[in-house]
Design a protein around this ligand. Structure first.
Ligand SMILES: *Cc1c(COP(=O)(O)O)cnc(C)c1O
Length: 393
């Protein structure tokens, strides 16, 4: 709602790369009456949710659900497995990698920080080189962001696993899949990930408020010797109570209703179809950006993410001014440039519950906004996207 225009008809377009649009089915599920979280009905809910979640993470290992944002997932991954002063290896892919590093530093870990330009994913060869040089195995964990939501670059997690194995390094492998889960394939078990971190408000189509840690046997074993103090984030008490469908403290009951519904939707559509849909809509967006003659922040097309596209503004033009015009005129929110790309980048989210016409509307709003904001561009980016969507329908 803008100042001059108190009522705006129709739906707001929430095209930020998370929180994503929450489907009506999920909203209705969340609206059910809250039940006793120590009663029998609740145990059925938890056990069902944990079972269905395993198929999304592709794991048979435990998945812990905390009532928290994704940042809590980072914190619990580190606190449960490591000890004060431990060294971890992390890569500056962008804003989220930087925030995770900051959490590690504040907790008292020593981060070996591989700097980057925020325009590409993690180079597996660089991972391998760092681990090769660490002959005495002082590095206890490798932290990797799967899809760096600030740049729209997705790293090849399977390839990084291979790099770790190639030098037989025993470090734990932790992956932030907050904006990739249920948008891009992720195979927790097969890729030998020790902790996969995710959250509710992106590909899982829920409001913010839940975070996840999927953990391997190796991570669970590490949690037995970790000396960080933790209480709220403890996996141990979660593991015991989850087995019977309960939690050590009051869980987010209504978000779990929503999660159950969202998982049914994903499984009904089929995970491969979900990934293909995201990839196709992402490709339509990439065609539109190229058609406008604008530059994708991510420099490697093979790393373009399924979840979001970060677009560089032409020199001298402010991304936030463009976003404000689009919000004001067309009631659409686009993602802002985060951290050091603030003002120079805007992000188009294509994540979660999302289809062709939503994509077409989103891209149309951007193209109209570019004109209104006086941003130099070529007309017809939307047409290129529409042609592709029609040809591949
Ligand atoms: C959204 C996001 C997070 C989580 O952020 P919160 O605001 O704490 O929920 C973490 N990592 C990535 C890559 C994200 O996109």
């Amino acid at each position: 709602m803008s100042e001059n225009n108190p009522h705006q008809a129709g739906r707001h377009f929430l095209q930020i790369p998370g929180p994503s649009n929450v489907p009506d089915r999920v909203l209705r599920a969340i609206a059910q009456p809250t039940i006793d979280h120590r009663g029998p009905e609740f145990a059925q809910l938890t056990l069902g949710v944990l079972d269905k979640l395993g198929a999304v993470f592709n794991t048979k290992s435990p998945i812990f659900i905390f009532p928290a944002s994704g940042t809590g997932g980072w914190e619990s991954s580190l606190l449960n497995t490591l000890s004060p002063g431990d060294k971890v290896l992390a890569f500056e892919t962008g804003h989220f990698a930087t925030l995770w590093k900051n959490v590690a530093t504040k907790l008292g870990l020593e981060v070996i920080w591989v700097e980057g330009d925020w325009r590409q994913g993690i180079d597996a060869a660089v991972v391998q080189q760092h681990l090769l040089e660490d002959q005495s195995h002082i590095i206890k964990a490798v932290l990797a962001v799967h899809t760096e939501t600030s740049s729209g670059a997705t790293s090849d997690i399977a390839k990084i696993r291979k790099a770790i194995d190639a030098v037989e390094h025993p470090a734990l492998f932790m992956v932030d899949a907050v904006s990739s889960l249920a948008c891009t394939e992720l195979r927790h078990d097969e890729w030998g990930i020790d902790v996969t971190i995710s959250a509710s408000q992106k590909g899982l189509m829920l409001p913010p408020g839940l975070c996840f840690n999927a953990v391997s046997e190796k991570a669970l074993a590490a949690s037995k010797t970790s000396t960080f103090p933790h209480s709220y984030w403890s996996w141990g008490s979660m593991l015991e109570l989850n087995k019977k469908g309960y939690f050590p403290y009051t869980p987010s009951t209504n978000l779990l209703y929503g999660l159950d519904e969202a998982l049914d939707m994903l499984h009904d559509e089929g995970m491969d179809n979900v990934f293909a849909r995201h990839s196709r809509l992402a490709h339509a967006t990439q065609l539109a950006v190229a058609g406008w003659g604008l530059e994708n922040l991510c420099v490697n097309p093979e790393e373009y993410s399924n979840s979001t596209t970060a677009v560089l503004m032409p020199q001298g033009h402010d991304a936030d001014a463009l976003r404000n015009i689009i919000l004001e005129k067309f009631n659409m929110s686009l993602g802002m440039g985060l951290g050091k790309v603030k003002g120079t980048v805007f992000r188009i989210g294509h994540i979660g519950d999302f289809n062709e016409l939503m994509m077409a509307g989103t891209l149309s709003g951007v193209e109209m906004g570019l004109s209104l904001a006086g941003v130099p561009h070529t007309k017809g980016g939307v047409n290129a996207a529409l042609e592709f969507l029609a040809d591949t329908a």
